[in-house]
Design a protein around this ligand. Structure first.
Ligand code: IPD
Ligand code: CA
Ligand code: CA
Ligand code: CA
Length: 284
């Protein structure tokens, strides 16, 4: 079959093309990493493939749109201050691409086949295109603002589940041991006994795509960065779901603590995180 239906033109086609090429390359490098490095800690990995793929995506986008800006994970120094500065700079551009070359680097390094490429386009502050490509399953998730979300030409739709007790929930653990890990552990402890199951697959972007596709009913994670979630957020919204921060406030690209769901169990997730003091925000 055709690997992905490209009915879209312009920006969306450019994003799909870049994600497909990047994904193919990443898959071909699985098990062959040559330079394994770490950033903030031994839990925060980076390889030559992350860096090379980011360069490749950058080149592919800039060939079409030389005056657009690109915010990519491997182009920003680790740490909250560098991210804030990069976001401030990025916001000045009318056309901003947000790129995670490999979301799920730890999985990639271990040969655990759950990782993806994530590419979003923000036009004048508004999320406009979101593409997530899982090379292992050859699944290309595409969302366009106001036009819906698709996987291989078939519309994606969030689940209809209304009961937490029947819900499968995804979450994750970023490397930050100070704020993110304790908050996510507290959330896990609160929510696990009340739902059908919890999965922490190690790719925020793919978890968001799975919310969009109705494969999980909700997802939350404290301590994300814009490249982890920008594309996935648009996928969820265009699939009929809801995305806020962990306090229930609207998502924007600087949101670090994210809740995404089918909409129906959203209040349950936000309320539970608040009850467990697991929002990642300091108590007011
Ligand atoms: C990470 C993954 C992981 C999530 C972390 C992210 P990376 O991204 O999405 O699932 O728990 O918060 O940093 O570093 O593999 O691109
Ligand atoms: Ca990383
Ligand atoms: Ca990531
Ligand atoms: Ca990454």
């Amino acid at each position: 079959r055709e690997p992905y239906v490209v009915t879209s033109k312009g920006h969306t086609a450019a994003a799909i093309n870049a994600a497909a090429k990047a994904g193919e390359w990443i898959k071909s490098r699985q098990g062959q990493v040559k330079e394994l490095g770490s950033k903030t800690s031994a839990q925060d990995l980076v390889t030559e493939v992350d860096k090379g793929v980011e360069q490749m995506i950058r080149r592919l986008i800039l060939t079409h749109y030389p005056d657009h800006a690109i915010l990519g994970e491997e182009g920003v120094l680790p740490g909250a201050d560098a991210l804030t500065a990069a976001l401030d700079e990025a916001r000045e551009h009318d056309y901003l691409w947000i790129v995670d070359p490999i979301d799920g680097t730890t999985n990639f390094v271990h040969g655990f086949p759950f990782y993806c490429v994530s590419i979003a386009l923000v036009v004048k502050g508004e999320l406009t295109v979101g593409v997530i490509y899982d090379p292992t399953r050859d699944e290309m998730f595409v969302a366009e603002k106001g036009k819906g979300a698709y996987m291989h030409g078939i519309p994606t739709k969030v689940s209809a589940e209304t009961l937490p007790g029947n819900s499968l929930i995804a979450m994750g653990f970023p490397p930050d041991r100070v704020v993110a890990q304790p908050a996510n552990m507290a959330g896990l402890q609160q929510i696990l006994p009340q739902v059908r199951g919890i999965r922490a697959g190690g790719s925020a972007a793919l978890h968001l795509a799975y919310v969009a596709a109705g494969r999980v009913d909700g997802y939350w994670e404290v301590g994300l960065s814009p490249w982890d979630c920008a594309a996935g957020v648009l996928l969820v919204l265009e699939s009929g779901g809801k995305v806020t921060d962990t306090q229930g406030d609207p998502y924007d690209i600087s949101t670090r603590h994210v809740v995404a769901s089918n909409g129906r169990i959203h209040d349950y997730l936000v309320t539970s995180l608040q009850a467990a003091d697991a929002t990642g925000f300091k108590k007011q």
